[in-house]
Design a protein around this ligand. Sequence first.
Ligand SMILES: CC(C)(COP(=O)(O)OP(=O)(O)OC[C@H]1O[C@@H](n2cnc3c(N)ncnc32)[C@H](O)[C@@H]1OP(=O)(O)O)[C@@H](O)C(=O)NCCC(=O)NCCS
Length: 216
Amino acid sequence: MSWKEDVNTVLERDPAAKSYNEALFFSPGLHAIILYRLSHSAYRKGNLTMARAVNYFSRFLTGADIHPGATIGKGFFIDHATGVVIGETSVIGENVSIFQGVTLGGVSAEKGKKRHPTIGNNVTIGAHAVVLGDIKVGDNVKIGAGSVVVKDVPSNSTVVGVPGKIVKRETPTLKIDLRHDQLPDPLVDAFVDLNHHLVELERRLVEVEEKLRKEK
Ligand SMILES: CC(C)(COP(=O)(O)OP(=O)(O)OC[C@H]1O[C@@H](n2cnc3c(N)ncnc32)[C@H](O)[C@@H]1OP(=O)(O)O)[C@@H](O)C(=O)NCCC(=O)NCCS
């Protein structure tokens, strides 16, 4: 991933960025990501002092503290950057967007263990949301501003509140273009139908789990 792609990500996702130069020179989130990539490269080569030095400079410059050991995929976007904290063993997928104050934190101080969250692809994490522990956040998840998430989150859902609760589950759409031959495909229809049932069953299971937890 080159810094040019990072600039394009800002242009795509920040409505306030009006030009390439504005995105390049005045986006602290972009600077935090570019500096993170430098520090991560030093970290991987075992140059830990250099990695931490770049990380420290980045924190000073952008207000974001991204540990050089974190693993971050393509298309990462940080808006505003101030107060963002991403812990050492965090893993972030592709096309993830986060806002100011987001924390991906640990709940244990055990060295050498994975202590931080794993975030899927196409996830959005709202301002000041906190995601804690070695939990998994699935693909296409939205986490509301100010939420505190401490448990796994299934794909295609929206979580809000403290502690985070699922308020929406969306049916993933099958990306098959049936207009190719203008003919319906009964097999695809059957899969789509099955998929709907599966999502509904998962939703009900979550409800039952919630109910049982409350009754305990
Ligand atoms: C969660 C979020 C992504 C909305 O997703 P959505 O799919 O559009 O969901 P909706 O707006 O339909 O909200 C669903 C429910 O959650 C509630 N909700 C939404 N955001 C919430 C939040 N941050 N905290 C608590 N509840 C929230 C809504 O009131 C609604 O409740 P209801 O069903 O009882 O009416 C959005 O509200 C959010 O928090 N985005 C972060 C934006 C941000 O950080 N911006 C910073 C810019 S500087």
